[in-house]
Design a protein. Structure first.
Length: 155
């Protein structure tokens, strides 16, 4: 049963997550500004907790098979908060891709239904990468490089 409070918590969480992504992006644009990146990290994690709930957030981050990804992501957040923004952002990005790679097929499928972005996904190279990405959660670049080698050998 979904209550009105759950709907408001979800809306607040989406707002916090959106502002978190904005501050992270803006912090990177402004030459890895420590303060903006720190605010963005805090807002992103808080927003995620509001959207899916605190207990589910802990279960998501601390699953046994996601400990490496969580270590990189939260370690990157900590490194940014300590004051080394470039190293921290690199760690965060790697951890983010490891954590959320299972969601990429869903995101690509959603983007394909958006008029302008869907046509961009149909461009030759981007189409190959997106199709391989939706086939499984593993990185598409590795599979693409292997497939192109077999095509070259058969020609």
């Amino acid at each position: 049963l979904i209550t009105l409070g759950d709907i408001y918590m979800s809306k607040i969480g989406m707002g916090l997550t959106g502002f978190g992504v904005f501050f992270l992006f803006f912090g990177m644009i402004l030459f890895f500004d420590k303060a903006l990146l720190a605010i963005g990290n805090i807002l992103f994690v808080a927003g995620l907790s509001f959207v899916i709930g605190l207990e589910r957030t802990f279960r998501f981050f601390f699953q046994k098979h996601k400990m490496k990804a969580t270590s990189f992501f939260l370690g990157g957040v900590l490194v940014v908060l300590i004051g080394w923004p470039i190293v921290g952002v690199v760690l965060e990005i790697y951890g983010f891709f490891l954590l959320f790679r299972g969601f990429f097929p869903v995101v690509v499928g959603f983007i394909r239904r958006i008029p302008v972005l869907g046509s961009i996904l149909n461009l030759p190279f981007i189409s190959a990468v997106s199709m391989n990405l939706t086939a499984s959660g593993e990185p598409a670049v590795q599979r693409l490089s292997g497939r192109h080698n077999s095509i070259r050998q058969s020609v």
